[in-house]
Write a protein that binds this ligand. Structure first.
Ligand code: NDP
Length: 290
């Protein structure tokens, strides 16, 4: 529908990942381009890790203005960029590149995406005890955001003990977040019951493993707020179990939307806004593409 608009001034943006077929970013960003009336297109690039450096240089030479970065390149790119913003240095991951006159600048918009996705619920976090499931890349962005939300305590569980240890080192040394405490499988359900807020940053429950959840279904109650970064399926087993017991639930679709919007603001230098009706519309479009 918009192809008639493409001309020699059209700005090119994209996402690099491997594999990339299931990314919703092209749908999201091309909707943004249309909504904000930008002369721009956004495409997906399937970039094998061995071609990462060439891909960035090639994109830059072709005049691509901005790229999002997804699995498995978020950390691998750290050594390939010219400049990192403060958040990238702290979180140790990249999800947005600005390719500017041969210079490559790196940003990470996941912490913003997480916080912004909470809307008014962000005020529930002050002085709260939070249980965080997972210690991967997304968990780093979430811990960084939780520290800024002024939580009281972060309990962390991860399946692999080795990764959990590395994650704690990262929290203490890179982020200087000291309110983080590791827990094991035996403590998990009791702590889940006691914490007001539970956040899943693992892929457990994500399509096609939709029967998985790290928590027993009877730990939930109506004072819980349960947030799952996974958005496919729309409600994971964790969210369904929590909802069944009266908890407030949220999936990761708004985080995806807001981290993408922040990338676009970085690239365009425009203060783009997304009012509630538009947010509802793009959320619906993305969910229909799952
Ligand atoms: P990583 O590969 O860096 O980390 C994966 C994490 O999930 C690890 O903690 C891993 O534990 C854990 N894990 C994976 N499978 C299982 C399982 N079956 N049981 C228990 N733990 C499991 O991935 P990311 O941190 O980048 O992403 C994690 C999830 O968050 C993905 O589903 C991703 O789609 C989602 N995400 C959503 C975003 C959004 O905008 N909504 C943004 C970023 C991520 P272990 O160390 O034991 O392997």
């Amino acid at each position: 529908m918009r192809f008639g608009m493409i001309n020699t001034s059209t700005c090119v943006y994209g996402v690099i990942g491997y594999p990339i077929e299931h990314s919703l970013s092209p749908v999201l960003h091309n909707w943004f381009m249309s909504n904000y009336k930008l002369n721009a297109v956004y495409v997906a690039f399937n970039v094998h890790p061995s071609e990462l450096k060439n891909a960035i240089k090639g994109g830059s030479a072709l005049g691509v203005i901005g790229l999002n970065v997804t699995i498995p390149h978020k950390e691998a790119l750290l050594g390939l960029v010219d400049e990192k913003d403060r958040d990238v240095k702290l979180v140790g991951a990249i999800n947005t590149l600005e390719l500017n006159a041969g210079k490559i600048q790196a940003h990470v918009t996941d912490p913003y995406g997480f916080t912004e996705s909470l809307g008014q619920r962000k005020y529930w976090f002050k002085n709260a005890e939070v249980l965080l499931l997972g210690a991967g890349g997304a968990a780093k962005s979430v811990v960084y955001a939780l520290e800024k939300l002024d939580v009281k305590k972060i309990w962390i569980y991860n399946r692999s003990a080795q990764r959990l240890r590395a994650f704690l080192d990262f929290c203490h040394n890179a982020l200087t977040v000291s309110k983080v405490q590791a827990i094991d499988r035996k403590q998990l359900n009791d702590i889940a019951f006691d914490c007001k807020i539970i956040i899943n940053t693992t892929s457990a429950g994500m399509y096609p493993h939709t029967g998985e959840s790290l928590l027993r279904s009877d730990v939930f109650h109506d004072a819980h707020f349960v947030y799952d970064l996974v958005y496919n399926p729309e409600k994971t087993k964790l969210l369904l179990d929590a909802e069944h017991k009266g908890a407030t639930i949220q999936n990761g679709i708004d985080m995806l939307i807001f981290q993408g919007l922040e990338s676009l603001r970085i690239w365009t230098k425009q203060p783009l806004r997304l009012e509630a009706p538009k947010l509802k519309k793009i959320r619906h479009i993305l969910q229909s593409r799952l």
